[in-house]
Design a protein around this ligand. Structure first.
Ligand code: CP3
Length: 355
């Protein structure tokens, strides 16, 4: 296992004592930063940036250089690299988000989906992990990540993100066996992908289940959690020392079941009370979150007060990783993100006094 000058994040994941609460931000390398926009302009577009290991490394380090309080790096990439490598034709349309040219619309195209080789079609991601790991040295850990099978399936079947989910839900009720076949392929692809990221130098792995919260209760267990469970099992068998984090947006009702997967931490969005979550599952897992990202549109004073509320809701002792409840948005003033990080640095030590 690697050792780091700053190991707060890994210590908190293991629920070991820390001097203060570690902090990072989902989407910390992104459009709210002018230096990110400059690197993206150099690359041409977002996917070209993802395919360039040197530029991926550059943008991964940008938030760490700007905010000395940040405690971990996260690979710069995207969850949609797997469906892209499966041949669906990913494009990012300005103002519309991700779009697939060839969404999955029939059984034959699901049966024909290839499982991408992480060191083949997805080698550019592993090259980025290796380049970043090398550049970070012993400064801090690096998080690798993937999308959950359910979340990838929603994008692949809908063709884009975030509307009614009518197509994928129709499949869930009308052709559950077909959905299961798709999820099985995504479990295989995602397991290989995360395993390869661990081998390439990721120190922790996170699964983003952005759309698990749109399922009904039983559907979540079957179609979102069960595939993630298989991924956790496989990763724990191959890399027992690497912490695995699960984040289901709007998954606050499912925390006990998520914690029972054997993962190390749960990411929480802002709709769940951290203190209540800790009472429910805090003896099993670390908890990450959960400031509303739009809080960063408020003044630095408001941000500081809201950070204080999040820290107080978790309360004293280890096992909390401060984060936003979802990704930081492009309109945020970078100084406001800095105010949030500084507030964690200043206000959290009192929750970690050794007695
Ligand atoms: O946290 C980080 O700094 C690591 C980078 C990261 C990105 N995407 C970079 C990115 C991570 C962890 C992701 C995960 C991701 N991608 C998720 C799961 C987390 C979540 O937000 O729920 C999802 C659903 C995606 C799919 C995706 N990719 C969307 C919805 C978008 C936004 C499209 C838009 O135009 O707003 C992307 C693009 C994307 N991924 C950007 C970044 C920095 C912005 C692209 C750009 O520079 O134009």
């Amino acid at each position: 296992m690697r050792t780091f000058k700053n190991d707060r994040f890994l210590r908190a994941l293991a629920r070991k004592p820390v001097d203060r609460t570690p902090v990072w931000m989902m989407r910390q390398a992104g459009r709210y930063l002018p230096e990110y926009r400059a690197s993206r302009a150099k690359a041409g577009d977002f996917m070209s940036l993802c395919r360039n290991a040197e530029l991926c490394c550059e943008v991964t380090l940008q938030p760490l250089d700007r905010y000395p309080g940040l405690d971990t790096a996260i690979l710069f990439s995207d969850i949609l690299t797997i469906p892209d490598a499966m041949g669906l034709g990913l494009r990012f349309v300005e103002g519309e988000g991700p779009v697939f040219d060839r969404p999955l619309r029939d059984a034959a195209s699901i049966a024909a989906l290839p499982i991408p080789d992480p060191e083949g079609e997805l080698r550019y991601v592993m090259d980025a992990v290796r380049t970043i790991r090398n550049a970070l040295g012993d400064r801090c850990p690096l998080i690798g990540f993937a999308g959950s099978p359910w979340t990838l399936a929603t994008y692949m079947v809908e063709g884009k993100g975030g509307q009614e989910f009518a197509r994928i839900k129709r499949m869930r009720f009308e052709a559950p066996e077909l959905l299961r076949q798709l999820l099985d392929k995504l479990v295989q692809a995602t397991t290989l992908y995360l395993d390869a990221q661990a081998c390439a130098g990721a120190d922790a792995l996170m699964v983003f289940d952005t759309w698990g919260g749109v399922l009904d209760h039983a559907g979540y267990r079957q179609f979102s959690l069960e595939p993630m469970q298989r991924i956790v099992n496989a990763l724990k068998a191959r890399h027992p020392q690497i912490p695995v984090m699960l984040f289901t947006k709007n998954g606050g009702q499912q925390l006990e079941a998520m914690a029972a997967t054997g993962c190390d931490a749960l990411g929480l969005d802002w709709t769940t009370d951290l203190g209540e979550a800790r009472a429910r599952v805090g003896s099993k897992v670390a908890l990450q979150g959960n400031l509303d990202p739009l809080c960063l549109l408020g003044t630095p004073e408001v941000i500081r007060a809201e950070v204080a509320t999040v820290l107080a809701s978790y309360g004293p002792g280890p096992g909390h990783i401060f984060n936003l409840g979802h990704g930081i948005t492009p309109e945020v003033n970078p100084d406001h993100a800095g105010a949030m990080i500084e507030a964690v640095v200043q206000l959290s030590p009192r929750y970690h006094q050794v007695v």
